[in-house]
Write a protein that binds this ligand. Structure first.
Ligand SMILES: [Zn+2]
Length: 274
């Protein structure tokens, strides 16, 4: 699944590819991707619209057009490709045609989503109160330390599960949470409300460090993520604990366990249960 850094990479590449381009036609091969309007309304609304900007909220892309916001989530396998006259793949579900090229939303698993909102009905900030963004917590770059601490203090789940909960803090997937807990020296099974505010600050600082590094390297390619242009992330070469055998701090063997059903890597020596 593309995580926050990969979505950031997709956003940056898409901006280069499509900003300023005008949609002349749209072909919809699988309409269940479109969630809050009909296939017909989606087409009629977006034809003749030009792309103005793209921002990211958690793992959602907010694509701004002349009169609409298109909110896109790639879920497990969604990808955007700028194409020309290449053959259409059976996984190209929505195709936006421009004068000389076309943008394809390709998704082998078909779990991706698109929501459409009209700009004269909703301002950008209103989007955060609407489906699907109303269920997304702020990401580590935007969340307030006190708010995060309050959420963590209120939970008796393992800290790993809390950091994966996109309603509490968005944008940290399985790989990144393992890295954050390793950097913070905290065992993934630590009960969240055993952590004090200094622990939470350390985790939040670690999350920002890990995400910034991943963004600068284009994310990871683990789990078959591939950005449009086929750019492969290089962050997987920098992982400290996730999928590793030996701890880079103490040379102990890295252990693999399951926490909340998710494969979890940690160092018994460097990460303590609080
Ligand atoms: Zn260690």
């Amino acid at each position: 699944m593309p995580e926050l850094p990969e979505v950031e990479t997709v956003k940056n590449i898409l901006k280069i590819d499509i900003i300023g381009k005008k949609i002349l036609d749209i072909k919809i091969n699988y309409n269940k991707i479109i969630k809050n309007v009909s296939e017909e309304e989606f087409r009629n609304s977006l034809i003749n619209q030009s792309f103005i900007d793209i921002t990211r909220h958690g793992k959602y892309l907010i694509i701004e057009l002349d009169d609409y916001y298109l909110i896109s989530h790639l879920r497990m396998e969604g990808k955007y490709f700028l194409m020309h006259d290449e053959e259409i793949s059976k996984h190209d579900h929505i195709i936006f045609y421009f004068k000389d090229s076309n943008l394809r939303y390709n998704d082998t698993r078909k779990f991706g989503t698109m929501h459409l909102y009209k700009k004269d009905e909703y301002k950008y900030d209103d989007l955060l109160k609407l489906e699907p963004l109303n269920k997304v917590g702020l990401d580590p770059f935007n969340i307030d330390l006190n708010d995060l601490y309050e959420s963590i203090k209120a939970s008796n789940r393992p800290i790993k599960s809390v950091l994966l909960d996109q309603e509490i803090i968005s944008g940290l997937g399985n790989i990144y949470v393992d890295e954050v807990l390793f950097m913070g020296g905290i065992h993934p099974n630590t009960i969240a409300n055993h952590l004090n505010k200094d622990d939470v600050k350390l985790l939040l600082d670690s999350a920002i460090t890990v995400l910034n590094k991943a963004i600068s390297l284009g994310g990871t390619t683990i789990h078959s993520f591939q950005s449009s242009h086929g750019i492969t992330g290089r962050f997987q070469n920098e992982l400290l604990v996730h999928t590793k055998d030996v701890c880079p701090k103490c040379n102990n063997k890295i252990l693999k366990i399951r926490v909340g059903g998710r494969g979890t890597y940690y160092c018994e020596n460097c990460q303590i249960i609080k």
